[in-house]
Design a protein around this ligand. Structure first.
Ligand code: ASP
Length: 331
């Protein structure tokens, strides 16, 4: 009898490991915008590349060990949120009042479940709370004090505003305000484009064939009136559907909301059979025509990917199931 049990365990083990041989992959971004080699020091470039490499490897290890795309996206984004280099979590940009307000969203492609938070002033890792909203509430999006209260009630880590603030972002706000006061509107426009840099996002396909997408940001420097961008909006900043792909956006959020960017890419694949690259290109072209700028990362259920942008750069990285890694900054 003992041997029969052993045999059953062996057969189950084999069928699981067959499942675990499936294709998988992960793509991340750390924001798109006017990133020019001539404005970058070699040292800073290395810092960004190392952070992107470390982040994407966190997700890769989870997927390689048979973890879910949900976990891979969460832990990878947590790393980027904790890094002061990116406009998410620590190091997020400051609003008009000199405060940090954080937005994030997450979606899983299997059941089209989603969770999001916007305008949080306390949540250390917004992506984890977005996932908590998805898994432990009957809602999709919570905002402001409500999102912070939900995080506290669910034992998510919260911190004081000072934790998020960095000298670089304090100086950026000062600079943008002085330009605004001088009413040099052209300059303001170009500076505005630069200052929204650094949103982070991650899309992943796990060995079980499930796609997930997540995005986390501080939004735009000097934002007023509880402005909310595309990052926490399902269909604009984030979308995942096992029938098509997982997408995370970065860029001028107002255009990405109006263009329903993330969903549009998935819809072109599902209803028009476009490849992931063609779909992402088509939608980025649409954003260009509208006058917006930014980029997207996407992965489909075969592990094909897209990293498209109409800006001079996008911090980004990809690893496939063979462990081949690609880290890039410029277009
Ligand atoms: N999309 C973000 C927003 O508009 C900013 C960015 O991705 O750079 O809030």
């Amino acid at each position: 009898m003992k041997y029969i049990y052993l045999l059953i365990f062996f057969v189950i083990g084999c069928s699981n490991s067959n499942n675990l041989d499936n294709n998988f992959g992960i793509v991340i971004h750390g924001g798109a915008g006017t990133i020019l080699k001539e404005n970058m020091t070699l040292e800073l470039e290395e810092k960004y590349k190392n952070a992107l490499r470390e982040a994407v490897l966190i997700g890769y290890d989870i997927l390689n060990n048979g973890g879910t795309s949900e976990k891979a996206v969460e832990k990878t984004i947590n790393y980027l949120e904790d890094s002061p280099l990116f406009n998410a979590g620590k190091g997020a940009v400051l609003n008009f009042d000199g405060e940090v307000e954080l937005d994030a969203s997450f979606m899983e492609g299997k059941n089209l479940n989603a969770g999001a938070i916007s305008g949080s002033k306390k949540i250390k890792n917004p992506i984890s709370t977005a996932i908590k909203v998805m898994n432990s509430s009957s809602h999709v999006m919570l905002s402001g004090k409500g999102a912070d209260d939900f995080a506290i009630q669910h034992n998510m880590q919260t911190v004081e505003q000072n934790y998020f603030k960095t000298e670089r972002r304090i100086n950026s706000l000062k600079k943008i305000k002085s330009i605004e006061n001088n009413k040099v509107s052209n300059l303001l426009n170009s500076d505005y484009r630069v200052q929204k840099l650094g949103t982070v996002g991650c899309v992943a396909l796990d060995k079980f064939g499930n796609l997930s997408a997540g995005t986390s940001t501080g939004g735009m420097t000097n934002k007023k009136w509880n402005r909310i961008g595309d990052a926490p909006i399902i269909g604009a900043g984030t979308y995942a559907n096992n029938n098509s792909c997982a997408v995370s956006s970065t860029g001028w959020g107002e255009y990405f909301i109006r263009g329903v960017v993330a969903y549009d890419i998935a819809a072109l694949m599902e209803y028009k059979n476009l490849s992931i690259k063609k779909a992402a290109k088509t939608v980025i072209n649409k954003i260009s025509k509208m006058g917006g700028d930014g980029g997207v990362i996407a992965i489909d259920k075969q592990g094909n990917i897209a990293m498209e942008m109409n800006t001079s750069g996008m911090y980004r990285a990809h690893i496939n199931s063979k462990g081949e890694i690609d880290v890039k900054i410029y277009k």
